[in-house]
Write a protein that binds this ligand. Structure first.
Ligand SMILES: C[S@@+](CC[C@H](N)C(=O)[O-])C[C@H]1O[C@@H](n2cnc3c(N)ncnc32)[C@H](O)[C@@H]1O
Length: 396
């Protein structure tokens, strides 16, 4: 595979980043991403980050970065294993203003590399990317494949697509970058060997599967609870037009435009107050271990909207908030330092916390199955079905 010759100006920082990513990865992930680590030293990240952005570095709080006023701080963020928000409110708000809603980011290197590695590329494949964003992942695909014509990337936002094409051209990459709605894929160049979706989805678009040849792979961030981390999903396309695959790791991505969760309706009445002995932080840890797909099996309407430190009843508290997709149900559970029990509020005619607690207990009763024992099947009618322990060896 003849990789693209690319020039990284900040070689020392790039090497440090590659080493840090490898060092911090769990052994299986380190092995997975090993062939892709050189992308961090060969594909220059600095060309894909705007002068002003918002960094969420691994080693500190989020902050505005500005290349012109603080080059060192900007470079530190660019060569850090954190994500960088490069657009807010579809371009209407300064990306460095935390009040705006993020709409594009340069993903954290360790996550980008995991997804790229999960594509299982040998080097001859044609790849469709959904969500060009800054263009760094597109550049990494060109670097790996060594032939730009085999990379097609679709971005819904025209300004982002134009900027990405410019950044790519600056390093000598000329893949096809299109401004279009990637939810329908890009039939014009199908079939693809691989589809790499780089925006979060609640529902897998069947177009991506339809446009992939049998045996091909579709990787995507499955985010049933936007606002919380989701799951890396690797689907393999079958010759009957369906696709089957497992959850392989966690991730957090900006949502596909049509699947963004808008503003929730006002908190619905009536409201009930109760207490639970189940610590919401225990549930939060479980979400990262395998509970997220379990929720999709048992309570697909339940969305975990936010988790973290907040105010509850005039006190600092760790709060988990839930909403009902397609309904007016809501719930919250708060952990107040010093309190033994956890207050619960639920409203909108549905007891979402009780449902979450029941799903958690069912998951625990089954021995806390890890995410990799769950998977998804997408069928040609566009339906997706999340399962636990597909019947291996019992094919009809
Ligand atoms: C997390 S960013 C992508 C990161 C990117 N691959 C990179 O390396 O910078 C998600 C991108 O998906 C784009 N997007 C959202 N909905 C889309 C859609 N329906 N079709 C194409 N792109 C979409 C967003 O505009 C945003 O640029």
């Amino acid at each position: 595979m003849p990789p693209h010759a690319m020039t990284v100006r900040h070689v020392a920082q790039a090497r440090r980043l590659a080493k840090a990513v490898a060092r911090r990865a769990k052994p299986d992930v380190r092995e997975l991403i090993r062939p892709w680590l050189a992308a961090l030293t060969d594909v220059p990240r600095e060309l894909f980050v705007p002068d002003v952005a918002w960094a969420d570095p691994r080693d500190g709080p989020g902050r505005r970065i500005d290349r012109l006023t603080d080059l060192d701080g900007w470079l530190h963020a660019v060569y850090n294993d954190g994500s960088i928000i490069t657009q807010r409110d579809d371009g209407a708000t300064d990306p460095g203003d935390p009040a705006g809603r993020p709409s594009c980011s340069l993903s954290a290197p360790s996550i980008s590399l995991q997804f790229l590695a999960r594509l299982g590329l040998r080097g001859h494949e044609k790849v469709l990317e959904i969500g060009t964003g800054t263009g760094w992942t597109t550049a990494a695909l060109c670097w790996w494949l060594g032939e730009d014509a085999r990379v097609i990337s679709v971005e819904v936002d025209g300004a982002l697509a134009r900027q990405a094409a410019k950044s790519l051209a600056a390093i000598g990459c000329h893949p096809t970058v299109l401004t279009a709605d990637g939810a329908i894929g890009y039939p014009g160049a199908a079939p693809y060997d691989r589809v790499h979706v780089t925006c979060g989805v609640r529902t897998v678009s069947y177009a991506w599967i339809e446009q992939t040849r049998p045996g091909g792979i579709v990787v995507l961030p499955w985010m049933p609870s936007p606002g919380r981390w989701g799951e890396q999903l690797v689907l393999r396309v079958l010759d009957d037009g369906s696709a089957v695959g497992r959850f392989t790791g966690d991730c957090g991505y900006m949502m596909l435009r049509a699947q963004r969760v808008g503003d929730w309706p006002a908190y619905g009445e009536p409201m009930e107050e109760s207490v639970t002995r189940l610590d919401p932080r225990t549930v939060d840890d479980a979400l990262a271990e395998g509970l997220m797909p379990a929720l999709a099996v048992h309570t697909p309407h339940l969305v975990v909207t936010t988790t973290g430190w907040d105010r509850y009843d005039g006190e600092d508290a760790w709060v988990m908030r839930l909403r009902e997709a397609g309904g007016s149900g809501w719930a919250l559970c708060a952990a107040i330092p010093g309190n033994g029990d956890y207050p619960v509020l639920q409203g909108g005619g549905v007891r979402l916390w009780d449902q979450l607690q029941a799903t958690y207990m069912d998951w625990a009763r089954r021995g806390c199955p890890s995410r990799s024992r769950y998977g998804m099947t997408v069928t040609p009618d566009g339906k997706q079905h999340v399962w636990l322990n597909i019947d291996e060896g019992r094919l009809p």
